[in-house]
Each structure stands twice: as C-alpha cells, then as structure tokens.
Design a protein around this ligand. Structure first.
Ligand code: NAG
Ligand code: NAG
Ligand code: NAG
Length: 357
C-alpha cells in the first residue's frame, strides 16, 4: 500500500512538474521508505493499588492515558498490549506494530504474569526482530526505563534505592551526548532548555546508576546520555539508549508535562517544558516510522486500537492520572472475525460491559 501510494505520488509529481519521470523516480527511491501511519503498542500493567481502591475489584489492568496521548500527540496511533499472555500473543501483535512503549507505574517486577513478564517477552522479541534487521523501537519511561535495564540484566535486581519524588530537574548531559541517536538531531533550543531549566518531572524511588550498569555488564550495550542527582545528591542515570538497537529509556516523565495536572506536584507546564516533552514524543514516533509492520487491513486495525476503550476521569477521584484506561478481569481481546466481520469473543461485547458499569 505504501509503495502504491508513493508510486502514485511520483507519477503525480512527474506530471505536475513536467520533469523526467525517470529522474524523479530514482531520486525518491533512494530515500528509505518511511511509514507515516505508525501504530505503537503501549503495555498495560497490574491495576494500581490506588485505582483498585477506588473501583474495587472491577479492573485487572490499566494504562494511564497520558502515555497514550504522548504517542498520539507525536503522530501515531495506539494499540493496548495486555499483560498475562503467552509469548505467541506478543509475537503476533508486535509483528503488526511499529514500536512499543513501556510506561511508568508502581508495580513490582516479581509479580507473575504481570508487567515484567510481558516486558520480558516484548524485550526478547524486539531483540530478535532488530537482530534480523527488522527495525523495531522500544521506549521505556520511568519504571519502563528500569524494566529495560532489568531485562537487559537478565532479570537481576540491579537498581539502587533513591529519593527522587516530586523533583523537577534540568538534565546533566555527558560530553558526548550529541553523538547519541536521541539527541543527534535535537534542535539547539531543546538542548538549551533541557540543560538549563527544571523541566523534567521525576517521580521514582529506584534509580539506575552508572555503577549498576558496569557491575551488571550493561555498559557494553547501553550508553548514558545524561545523569541527575536525587534529593540526597545521589547520582542516577536520566537518559539512556541501546548502542545497537533502537531502545530508549528516560527516568523522568515527559508525558506528565504534557498531560497530567495533579496539584502540588512538581510538573512543569511552562511553554519550554511542553516544547521539550513534545520533542521526546516526536523522536520516538519518528523511530517507529522506520518500521514497516502493519495490520492486514484497516478493519483489523480497528479491532485493536485504543479507541475501542473509553478512558475514565480518574483525576477527579484523586488519582495522579487525569484519565486512565482500565481493563476488566479476563479481557476478551478480539483476534478473529466472523464472516460478517463482527467480533468473535471480541471487543464489541466488551464495550457493552463498560457502558453498564
Ligand atoms: C516482590 O518484591 C517486593 C519488594 O521486594 C516484596 O515486598 C514483595 O513481597 C514481593 N512479591 C512477591 C510476590 O514475591
Ligand atoms: C547500584 O549502584 C549503587 C551505587 O551507585 C549502589 O548503592 C547499589 O547498591 C547498586 N545496586 C545493586 C543492586 O548493585
Ligand atoms: C520542585 O523541584 C525543585 C527542583 O528539584 C525544588 O527546588 C522544589 O522545591 C520542588 N518543589 C516541590 C513542591 O517539591
């Protein structure tokens, strides 16, 4: 479909400009094809203690809507990825998606069939894809960043306890940060703001230090672009990327600047904070444009996208997330169609359940 569209465009350009079609063709064919309709998976996680208290027993897993909006605001669509599924499920869904975002949160890595187990499948599959030349980006925010290094460390607890809750910080860049993919093409204004203004929102009690990377033999695969210090001057890594594959981690929360308004928290909403947060969203989505995976057709896409689920205004219940997507126990996620294209065991009936709640 992509190829058809570009050939059509080439023809159109050729006709309009009157230039030689052959030259135009060659020029365009030399640029790598980009997917300008990227779809990114956002991993769900165990329902939070807080949300479960507010909606007792109703939901098994959730995604804070700010992560969904972060991806959407960067120019992509979102498909929720469930926890607690066998590896086949993650293989199948990732073969249709153009990247995965591992959100932050407050779950443990040791819960069986939870966030960390799903992450293990996703990380392993993403490694295999990239190893065979199938470009597939993974982005981790906060706990998602820690999950990336945890999985890279073979599930060893490599983190340090630290205290960086409610901290708004500028980044302390490494000398060579501009040779990283994450910052190579960052506009100078973005770099200047990140370097000088307290725009990154930190909410974490675990940190990954440079010593943890070397101790667990991760520094050969991962490079550090910036560090920060917590309330007790304990230094931690704030941005990281894989040396060979398009895997990225940020310890802070760019999606909070853009989409979270919980009061009395250190989340900057200055125009500069928004500008740099948006940079990270667009960077990740641009990485996803390099993946050409796709669903069979738009009907199938429609069954998977997050638009099938209504977000709930959880901020009004005191949650730190303004809106959350909460998913019931035993979700029946549609993968098959009846002859009339209605879902077998699918979302269609599930949406009905939501309306009744
Ligand atoms: C997981 O780890 C946490 C922190 O170490 C601990 O409190 C909890 O009991 C553990 N849970 C399980 C299921 O092992
Ligand atoms: C990680 O490194 C910090 C010091 O940088 C250390 O205090 C902590 O114990 C380390 N964590 C592990 C699990 O080795
Ligand atoms: C917000 O973070 C800054 C920088 O870390 C700090 O100086 C300030 O006290 C924090 N404000 C709150 C309300 O915690």
């Amino acid at each position: 479909m992509l190829l058809k569209t570009s050939l059509f465009l080439i023809t159109l350009l050729g006709v309009v400009s009157g230039r030689s079609l052959v030259t135009t063709n060659l020029d365009l064919l030399q640029t790598p094809p980009l997917n300008n309709e990227p779809i990114i998976g956002v991993l769900s996680q165990e329902i939070s203690y807080y949300l479960d208290g507010k909606y007792p027993g109703l939901y098994e897993s959730y995604i804070a809507a700010s992560y969904v909006k972060f991806v959407e605001g960067g120019g992509a669509r979102v498909v929720p990825i469930w926890i607690g599924k066998p590896r086949d499920y993650y293989e199948s869904i990732m073969s249709k998606l153009n990247g995965v975002l591992l959100p932050g949160g407050a779950t443990w890595f040791n819960q069986s069939n939870g966030y960390a187990d799903a992450g293990r499948h996703i990380y392993g599959i993403a490694l295999e894809m990239n190893e065979r030349g199938d470009y597939f980006p993974v982005w981790g925010t906060c706990l998602g960043f820690e999950l990336l290094t945890y999985l890279a460390a073979d599930g060893n607890e490599h983190r340090a306890h630290c205290s960086s809750s409610n901290q708004a910080l500028p980044l302390v860049f490494k000398d060579d940060f501009k040779t990283s993919r994450m910052f190579m093409n960052a506009p100078e204004t973005v770099v200047k703001i990140l370097e000088n203004e307290p725009v990154t929102a930190n909410f974490h009690q675990y940190c990954v230090t440079e010593k943890n990377l070397t101790d667990y033999n991760l520094d050969k695969e991962w490079r550090v672009m910036s560090t920060n210090s917590d309330w007790n001057d304990f230094e931690f890594i704030s941005t990281i990327e894989h040396r060979f594959y398009p895997f990225y981690g940020v310890q802070f929360h760019p999606e909070k600047n853009l989409y979270e308004w919980v009061r009395n928290k250190n989340i900057s909403h200055t125009s500069h904070a928004i500008f740099v947060s948006q940079y990270f969203a667009e960077f990740f989505v641009n990485e996803a444009r390099k993946s050409l995976h796709h669903f069979e057709d738009s009907k199938t896409e429609d069954q998977y996208v997050i638009y099938n689920f209504p977000p709930t205004f959880t901020g009004s219940k005191g949650s730190s997330f303004e809106q959350s997507y909460m998913f019931p126990v035993e979700i029946a996620y549609n993968v098959e169609l009846n002859e009339d294209n209605s879902a077998i065991n699918g979302i269609t009936s599930l949406v009905g359940d939501f309306i009744e709640f």
